[in-house]
Write a protein that binds this ligand. Structure first.
Ligand code: G4P
Length: 526
């Protein structure tokens, strides 16, 4: 196979959902079809159990398991499928957002009884920012839920994306009969007993006028035929271009737990989902078909074991071939690095990779060289864009609790924030360090890891902040005025960018109204 074919057969994507919608279950079923695992239950994925919300050690233990499921790759019908897992726990949402920068498309799972939930909205926002193509899988049809038309309306209005159903359910809950696949024009009947293996007892009916249809879905035939007529009138025909540009989301219905609708989803997915897309850098846009290698780090995974302070940097290959033991240029550090044991990920085990192609994710063992967003090339100086920081939700001052360990603390904070565990802001007026996180758990994680990995002790002090906003303006006079008036609320982020720390929604609103030429952004990339 030549290089171009290798690129074109790759599908790198993430499955995302509000917790409990069925992301883990769907991932597992896809792996079953891909032959990456053989029995259901083999992958517990990155899921952090609800019972563990206040027990961060348990979460870290589960994070340990999750390193091998961070990336799951398998071959399917000649395609190389790379699934990037994302943490289910809301407190690790930023990890999820960053992972979304490394994928070429996304499958969103929605529970059809619950509809669009808070986390789904946020995740969709990130997809929209990056114009990521999205497929929606409506799950749990074996349970009673919303009317499919209402659900599609809700998705369109809440997620601000047009939909195009590619399958349609026949009844639901205890009377769920199956789905009609509008893409393949076939009817798949639900038997509800395919749970553990790859299903092979699906009845296919190609012609909707056939008496076989009525025999199988009675007494829902009439209702179903009417619905299909409406679907065909109301929704546009599937157009791959509107999907690829992120304007229209194809929708599938099914039941991941019952392994129903999953194969159809996968079959369609590999056909329509994009191969690696061009990547934007500060210098130019990189095509995946360029011969020279380039890639960027989107995630760093640290081992909690204090005796082995090793980390794995996850690199997405954007162009060219990555080869083991070949020196590559670390743009941020300005030096060459060679990797003797890069990892590929196969569901439940890691293996050394000799060669990898655009779209692939490799794990680079790291002793502290990498931070999120770092770029590797064959010498060209460029930095990948699009790994934004999002305004944290919670803030605390971090202080040294052991005067003898000042250096260790500084190093620990530096490295943990490089890893993306939390964000660091240094207040301009007094030099105090502020940690910003998406969830309260990260404060415990940082404290624990500082102590166990760096031998440092920290304590937190409260600070009342609403949001951190990255500011942008071309009006220098107004910026100078803003800097004087808001001096106590200004800080620098790790990249040295100026950030406005708004005390409250009100103070943010006042600033927006008063400084009309300044734009306040909730993400660091705009
Ligand atoms: P998540 O990763 O999105 O958080 O969700 P996960 O797959 O863990 O699914 C959440 C719960 O929903 C699980 O039940 C799972 O078995 C169930 N589920 C997933 N798909 C379907 C489906 O198609 N139909 C039905 N009826 N249930 C489904 P749980 O009891 O919370 O966990 P577990 O003990 O089964 O692991």
């Amino acid at each position: 196979m030549n290089f171009e074919e290798e690129v074109k057969r790759r599908r790198t994507f993430a499955i995302v959902s509000h917790p409990d919608a069925g992301k883990t279950t769907l991932t597992e079923k896809l792996l079953l079809f891909g032959g990456a695992i053989h029995v259901a239950g083999a992958v517990k994925s990155n899921k952090i159990k609800k019972t563990a919300t206040s027990d961060f050690m348990e979460i870290e233990r589960q994070r340990g398991i999750s390193v091998s499921t961070s990336v799951m790759e398998f071959e399917y019908n000649g395609f190389k499928v790379n699934i990037l897992d994302t943490p289910g726990h809301q407190d690790f949402a930023e990890d999820t957002y960053r992972t979304l920068t490394a994928v070429d498309s996304v499958i969103i799972v929605i529970d059809h009884a619950k509809g669009v939930e808070a986390q789904t909205r946020k995740l969709m926002e990130v997809c929209r920012m990056r114009k990521t193509p999205v497929i929606i899988f409506i799950n749990k049809l074996d349970r009673p839920g919303n009317d499919p038309f209402d659900l599609l309306d809700e998705i369109e209005s809440e997620l601000h994306i047009k939909v195009c159903p590619l399958s349609w359910p026949i009844s639901q809950g205890p009377t769920f009969k199956g789905v009609y696949n509008l893409f393949e024009k076939k009817l798949f009947l639900f038997s509800g007993d395919n749970k553990q293996t790859v299903a092979d007892d699906i009845v296919e009916i190609a012609d909707l006028n056939s008496p076989e249809l009525d025999e199988n879905i009675k007494p829902y035939t009439q209702k179903f035929l009417e619905e299909i007529e409406i679907v065909q009138e109301v929704y546009p025909d599937f157009d791959i271009n509107t999907y690829l540009s992120g304007e229209v989301a194809p929708v599938f219905f099914g039941s991941a737990l019952n392994n129903f609708g999953v194969k159809e989803l996968l079959d369609c997915f590999v056909q329509i989902a994009p191969y690696p897309r061009p990547t934007v850098t500060d210098a130019r846009t990189i095509s995946p078909f360029e011969q020279k290698f380039s890639g960027f780090v989107f995630k760093i995974f640290a081992n909690m074991d204090p005796n082995h302070r090793n980390r794995i940097a996850f690199l997405k290959i954007c162009s060219g071939r990555f080869e083991r033991n070949v020196p590559y240029f670390h743009v941020g550090k300005g030096k060459s690095l060679r990797f003797s044991s890069p990892n590929a990920f196969l569901a439940d085990k890691k293996s050394i990779v000799e060669i990898a192609y655009p779209g692939d994710i490799i794990g680079l063992p790291d002793s502290g060289n990498f931070k999120i967003g770092d770029t590797l090339t064959e010498g060209e100086i460029l930095n990948f864009k699009g790994i934004p920081n999002f305004s944290p939700e919670l803030f605390r001052y971090i202080e040294n609790a052991d005067p003898l360990k000042y250096k260790q603390l500084a190093k620990g904070i530096e490295q943990l924030t490089d890893e993306g565990v939390a964000q660091l802001f240094v207040q301009k007026s007094n030099g105090r360090k502020i940690i910003g996180t998406v969830g309260a758990l990260q404060f415990d994680v940082i404290q624990y890891r500082l102590e166990h990995e760096y031998g440092a002790k920290c304590k937190y002090e409260p600070i009342t902040l609403h949001k951190a906003c990255w500011i942008e303006t071309s009006n220098k006079a107004q910026l100078d005025d803003f800097r004087i008036r808001k001096y106590n609320n200004l800080a620098l982020d790790k990249q040295g960018r100026e950030v406005f720390l708004a005390d409250s929604p009100y103070s943010l609103q006042m600033a927006i109204e008063k400084f009309t030429d300044i734009k306040f952004h909730f993400t660091s990339e705009f």
